[in-house]
Design a protein around this ligand. Structure first.
Ligand code: UD1
Length: 440
């Protein structure tokens, strides 16, 4: 159906969504700052041999939701790491112009490195549209002599999901249908095509009330089959599967999907599945061309801070100043989205190369360090050199005071660690706002 060469970026016609927006717009309306070389990424490459990318020219990674906030940054890092990438995205919370921006940044990277640009293809479709998915997967089928299906797609990174906590409380069936039922159908179809390497976007929300313990959260605190856990002091404890105190349907969908994927991996050893538990992703690519651009009203801290900085909201409401923390505001593990994106590549490499301890494994993606809401606001004030109006209000329902990752497992088993700071994230957000004309 498509003719392409290495280096081409192909935007497919919409397959089944007749209401799809117009074709990708050109990035020419943006002033492109010189893309500073990704020093951190380059360091990461030299530190981590796992970021080596493509196995062969004719192998692909399929990314669902690859134009959203985390998806777009991950797609870019995959292309930089020499993977051929196929993105599917229904644009429910993303814009098609992101395709051009990813393409531009990846090409700039490869021109600078003197390396060939991998193939990048975008299909405007919903990951739940099984007919469209089958047509796509048919294009990448490999001949198989013994009947077992084979594909040029070596792995899938699955971002496509609804993620607004408050909306999930108002409309839980929308969340269970898209996030859970959609996942079951999706992995069932992948299974038919012999695609059994899967990286799942999970969340620290799966820890439920454990987040109130005040200690960094370790992966073994939330498991999906009985596990014996060894503590640093040498004591052993049996942990039963389950989770308590997840406060909203969105969070429950993440836990349910993890449990389903764990069961799938147990039933079929050919599957290799990683669930990545994100802490609080912030920031954007240092070029300022990609960023967090949600279609709806934001509720997460940094997107709200941005609305205040751009004058769309008069002041930030700081939810709770009486937490048991140094300055009384809540503490979170804020992770730069580029570090987070590289965590996916580390997980994919470990999965593809059979380097995981079990064929279902969970990893926290966090820095291991906490910053308070007030520290975030003050760091952003330094970055933008302007005051950010705020007022203290009551705690938000369902919030916890302290939620920070234990980062050891990702470091030990994925050889992945974060490099960027809160200051980097705030500076990069300011660049994004300047590039997009929202900040003088
Ligand atoms: C939220 C979600 C969580 C999701 C995570 C990552 C809720 C209840 N939880 O976590 O399920 O996995 O994002 O995206 O939404 N804050 C303010 N003023 C604001 C906004 C936030 O003070 O206008 C405070 C919050 O009270 C919190 C901190 O900033 O203490 C971080 O909030 P947020 O960005 O919404 O993330 P989480 O609550 O950690």
């Amino acid at each position: 159906m498509f003719q392409f060469n290495s280096g081409d970026m192909i935007v497919s016609p919409p397959r089944s969504d007749s209401s799809s927006p117009a074709p990708a717009s050109s990035p020419s309306g943006f002033s492109t700052p010189a893309t500073s070389s990704s020093v951190l990424f380059d360091n990461a490459i030299s530190n981590l041999s796992i970021l080596q990318g493509l196995l062969s020219d004719d192998q692909y990674v399929l990314v669902t939701g690859g134009l959203g906030y985390i998806g777009s940054h991950t797609t870019l890092e995959l292309l930089k790491a020499n993977y051929n990438v196929i993105v599917i995205d229904n644009l429910s919370n993303a814009f098609e112009s992101v395709v051009d921006r990813i393409n531009l940044l990846a090409k700039q990277h490869h021109e600078k490195e003197g390396t060939p640009m991998p193939i990048f293809k975008y299909y405007c479709q919903d990951y739940q549209d099984t007919d469209a998915l089958r047509s796509l997967l048919d294009e990448y089928k490999l001949p198989s002599r013994w009947g077992a299906p084979k594909s040029k797609i070596i792995g899938v990174i699955h971002f496509a999901a609804h993620k607004a906590v408050e909306e999930s409380i108002r409309n839980p069936l929308k969340y269970y249908s898209n996030n859970v039922r959609g996942l079951i159908d999706f992995v069932g179809t992948l299974d038919e095509y012999g695609i059994k390497t899967f990286i799942f976007s999970s969340s620290a929300t799966v820890y439920g009330t454990l987040a109130t313990s005040g200690s960094p959260l370790r992966e073994e605190l939330c498991v999906h089959k009985t596990e014996v856990v060894e503590h640093p002091d040498g004591s052993r404890k049996t942990v039963q599967p389950g989770s308590t105190g997840i406060t909203n349907p969105y969070g429950r969908t993440k836990w349910m999907c993890e449990a389903i994927l764990s069961d799938l991996a147990l039933s079929d050893p050919e599957w290799t599945i990683v669930a990545l538990r994100y802490f609080n992703p912030i920031g954007c690519d240092s070029s300022g061309l990609l960023g967090e651009d949600p279609r709806g009203t934001p509720t997460n801290l940094l997107p709200v801070v941005v609305k205040v900085m751009t004058g769309q909201i008069p002041e930030l409401r700081v939810f709770g100043t009486d937490w048991d923390t140094d300055d009384g505001t809540a503490v979170r593990d804020f992770i730069h989205v580029t570090d987070l994106a590289q965590g996916h590549i580390a997980a994919l490499n470990a999965a593809v190369h059979g380097a995981l301890r079990e064929n279902f494994r969970t990893f926290n993606l966090g820095t291991g360090n906490g910053h308070s809401v007030m520290e975030v606001v003050e760091t952003m004030e330094k970055a933008t050199k302007k005051p950010i109006p705020r007022k203290a209000v009551d705690r938000r329902a369902g919030d916890v005071g302290y939620c920070v990752a234990a980062a050891g497992r990702s470091k030990d088993e994925l050889q992945w660690t974060t490099h960027k700071t809160l200051t980097d994230a705030c500076n990069d957000i300011c660049t994004f706002l300047k590039v997009s004309g929202h900040l003088g």
